[in-house]
Design a protein around this ligand. Structure first.
Ligand code: ADP
Ligand code: F6P
Length: 336
């Protein structure tokens, strides 16, 4: 990244941008949109490295048009990301406010999840206008239909499971795949339907392994010989059914179908953002800068009914995420 010295900051309106929490593909596209929109609107723009930790450490650099060249198609975040426990305390937020005042930050764009939004709200209430952009592969932000990173993660899972299907089919096996998402089953649900999983095990829908086995036995009777089962990490983390390896063992014992388990892990967090991700994050980044230009803070910019809109952060944090039961039922119906 090309940077300029902090002493070049002049009297223009100055905004800053940071990424916080787990990284997600599309964060770079969002950073680029924020930087370019701000410069287009004759603002000065700063990059804060490593989230709130970097803000508290004054790890801040001035960005120019070329600072964000060649990053829109890359996963990860050029600003690095971090989790910062210190920022969750009153003293941490107060210190951040003082640092923003000292540097001359008139507004801040925070790209992250719900935790990062709480920090953005705390800082907004102290007089530094902050705008949150939903950045996480988990799609667990209730106020937004889609989060930056989700579409890429689902496509990555789909590519991986397509490869696993090749070998699963050759050996007449049952292949179980554990995917990320924390307590949210959206990555599992969407990848499960995209990959033709015979069962999708999610924290939102109670199930027993015996029910899964019964379904497998029914399809075995119709001639099906190999199986894909997608398991959300929110299921295995809960501990009710054991690990994915325990589930695979039980399935093999009770059905006689040789079973293998794969935990996909952090591969889901990387890779080039999809076109959808790039468009979404560009639009959100521009919208965030528009708000800060008007001096508006304490808002999150989200996708709601396929439109980019903004909500009060607290209102957004209090929303309840709706589980797409219909999609789950469709996946179940077409995998018999
Ligand atoms: P995410 O933003 O992806 O949900 P985290 O929950 O890890 O990820 O939060 C990222 C960072 O946001 C934390 O490390 C912390 O600095 C800040 N944060 C989280 N929760 C709060 C909170 N309740 N109040 C203030 N800041 C918070
Ligand atoms: O929130 C994104 C996420 O990748 C979750 O899906 C997962 O549970 C978690 O972060 C993993 O965190 P870490 O990168 O700290 O291992």
């Amino acid at each position: 990244m090309i940077e300029e010295q902090m002493d070049l900051i002049d009297k223009q309106k100055t905004i800053a941008v940071l990424t916080s929490g787990g990284d997600a593909p599309g964060m770079n596209t969002a950073i680029r949109a924020v930087v370019r929109s701000a410069l287009y609107k004759n603002m000065c723009v700063l990059g804060v490295r490593r989230g709130y930790a970097g803000l508290l450490a004054k790890d801040v650099v001035k960005l120019n048009l070329r600072s964000v060249s060649d990053c829109l198609h890359r996963g990860g975040t050029v600003l690095y990301s971090a989790r910062c426990p210190e920022f969750q305390s009153e003293e941490g937020v107060e210190k951040a406010k003082e640092i923003c005042k000292e540097i001359g930050i008139d507004g801040l764009v925070v790209i992250g999840g719900d935790g990062s939004f709480r920090g953005a709200r705390d800082l907004s209430l102290k007089g530094i206008p902050c705008i949150g952009l939903p950045g996480t592969i988990d799609n667990d932000i209730a106020s937004s239909d889609y989060t930056i990173g989700f579409d890429t993660a689902v496509n990555t899972v789909m590519d991986m499971v397509d490869k696993l299907r090749d070998t699963s089919q050759s050996h007449d096996r049952c292949t179980l795949v554990e995917v990320m998402g924390r307590r949210c089953g959206d990555i599992a649900l969407h990848s499960g339907i995209a990959c033709g999983a015979v069962a999708i095990l999610l924290p939102e829908v109670p199930f027993t392994v015996d029910e899964v086995i019964k379904k497998m036995q029914r399809t075995l009777n119709t001639g099906k010989k190999h199986f894909i089962i997608i398991v959300a990490e929110g299921v295995t983390n809960k501990g009710d059914v054991g690990s994915i390896h325990d589930i695979a063992r039980e399935i093999e014992e009770k059905t006689g179908v040789e079973s293998r388990a794969t935990v996909l892990g952090h591969v889901q967090r990387g890779g080039a953002p999809t076109a959808r991700e790039r468009v979404l994050s560009s639009e959100m980044g521009y919208h965030a800068v528009e708000l800060l230009e008007k001096g508006i803070g304490n808002r999150v910019v989200v996708s709601h009914d396929n439109k980019i809109v903004d909500f009060d952060i607290l209102e957004a944090l209090n929303m309840k995420k709706e589980f797409n039961r219909r999609l789950y039922d469709i996946a179940d119906a077409i995998s018999i």
